[in-house]
Design a protein around this ligand. Sequence first.
Ligand SMILES: Nc1ncnc2c1ncn2[C@@H]1O[C@H](COP(=O)(O)OP(=O)(O)OP(=O)(O)O)[C@@H](O)[C@H]1O
Ligand SMILES: O=C(O)C[C@@H](O)[C@H](O)C(=O)CO
Length: 333
Amino acid sequence: MNPLKFSNDRPLDIIAVGRLCIDLNANETNRPMEETSTFTKYVGGSPANIAIGSARLGQKTGFIGKVADDQMGRFITQYLEKNNINTDGVTIDKTGAVTGLAFTEIKSPDECSILMYRDNAADLKLYPSEVSEDYIKQSKALLISGTALAASPSREAVFVALEYAVKHDVTVFFDLDYRPYTWTDEAETAVYYNLAAEKCDVIIGTREEFDMMEKLLNIKESDDHYTASRWFSHRAEIVVIKHGGAGSIAYTKDGGSYRSGIFRTNVLKTFGAGDSYASAFIYGLMTGHDVSEAMKMGSASASIVISRHSCSDAMPTEQELTEHMDTAIYETV
Ligand SMILES: Nc1ncnc2c1ncn2[C@@H]1O[C@H](COP(=O)(O)OP(=O)(O)OP(=O)(O)O)[C@@H](O)[C@H]1O
Ligand SMILES: O=C(O)C[C@@H](O)[C@H](O)C(=O)CO
């Protein structure tokens, strides 16, 4: 079962919108940041990672975002281009804003954290006037990510992108990607997340992210089925709730529910799981697989990425994904 229909006459499969950052991942793992002295630099930021995952899987991918006018900004744009991502929608900041940096601490396979440097971040300076309607209408799908809603003008830019997508029948995927350090007020966060979710066809988030959105409405019990059903009176066709190593569950508007297990792996670090899951899940849906098979593809991609050092550079190709699904052990949960 796959309820999504895509406008197939478009040159791009998917455009991601939002942050383009740098991840600096600890080389010395299994120790705290205080004792880490070297890091490897990768392109990072959830929508960037998802776009890279999509392109590796062979999707024609574009990006709308803003980078700093410096070496880091140029590194990001060049990396996207090397990965066959169209950067026509990527603009360059001229105000002296800088690239967001995420230093990652890998204390143990399940104890990872991120230390963020995001003051005056260029990605949040994307203006609505820099979002092109002509560009969005060339794509079958748009991916938005919640962090871009954290501040103006990027927040308004995302809402403009959503308007264009709805106007031109572009299917909208929303990866909630809630990063508390980017926000100052919980109610403000929940208001904008809820407003954006109303305009999306597919909503993907963790249980904790949906809890954050529901707290504002005084919903105290976490109930996956109820969470999903709230969105079916708006645009949503599919709502996915992720539960880390306990897998994920998807609900469809027609009353269906689908549970996915995980591919057991040698976990190096847990971050990047959500982004790799999203890119392969979206790829699965866009290439005609049913919801359960697409979830399995998402889980397989996540299990590859969490066993590798980076998030972006670790994204599998279509062949790697297929081979992994054929050989790795899938556990139902
Ligand atoms: N320990 C694990 N072993 C195998 N697969 C896992 C593990 N943890 C997560 N996954 C896979 O990754 C998917 C997404 O994980 P999770 O729910 O942690 O997302 P997330 O919190 O968005 O990730 P991130 O840490 O990138 O923000 C899960 O549904 C599962 O398929
Ligand atoms: O920007 C962040 O929040 C960190 C990301 O850059 C990092 O790649 C990640 O956490 C993946 O989900």
